[in-house]
Design a protein around this ligand. Structure first.
Ligand code: APR
Length: 173
């Protein structure tokens, strides 16, 4: 079964097969980790995102789904863009959609035969998802995926602070 690792650092520095971007539905960049990834990847990334078909006007990646592009200037080979739910109290299917982000990103990684993938803490910044609940969904969804699939072999949760990493450590005990 694949292994889970918890790291603290800047996801744009990781030389892995794919890093996951906490994007928005337009997939044309933004702030937070989305901004950092686009800055590090260079302008070719937004051009590649523009090639992703819109499923409806202004929406290239619906919430909970995932799309893959090359990583360009990043040390990572690919970027898997996913769109987390905006937290609105927990009564509007946020947990299922967040689980879908992890599930669909892992599915894309497996389809592309990638062995190592790194996730940021999707939805826990601008989208205000409670960090403890988001970490639980991330770890449980990933564990379940790895139990039944041989790829990816290594999943890194790349947290931007030690405090954020503690939410993941608390899950894996
Ligand atoms: N490396 C790793 N993690 C990072 C980095 C980085 N370089 N920069 C930010 N983070 C962390 C944040 O600290 C947070 O824990 O990524 C997590 C996700 O926060 P956001 O980037 O704000 O993403 P999210 O909450 O999913 O909101 C997505 O924000 O930037 C816009 O275009 C984006 O509209 C979308 C929305």
């Amino acid at each position: 079964m694949g292994e889970i690792e918890i790291q603290v650092g800047d996801i744009t520095k990781l030389a892995v097969d794919a890093i996951v971007n906490a994007a928005n539905q337009r997939m044309l960049g933004g702030g937070g980790v989305d901004g950092a990834i686009h800055r590090a990847a260079g302008r070719q990334l937004v051009e590649a995102c523009k090639q992703v078909d819109e499923v409806r006007p202004g929406v290239r990646c619906p919430t909970g789904q995932a799309r893959i592009t090359p990583g360009f200037n990043l040390p990572a080979k690919f970027v898997i863009h996913t769109v987390g739910p905006v937290w609105s109290g927990g009564g509007r299917g946020e947990a299922e959609r967040l689980a879908g982000c992890y599930q669909n990103a892992l599915q894309l990684a497996a389809e592309h035969e990638l062995t190592t993938i790194a996730f940021p803490a999707i939805s826990t910044g601008v989208y205000r998802y409670p960090k403890d609940q988001a970490a639980e969904i991330a770890v449980l969804t990933t564990r379940k995926w790895l139990k039944y699939h041989s790829l990816p072999q290594r999943v890194i949760f790349c947290c931007f602070s030690e405090a954020d990493a503690d939410f993941y450590h608390n899950q894996s005990t």
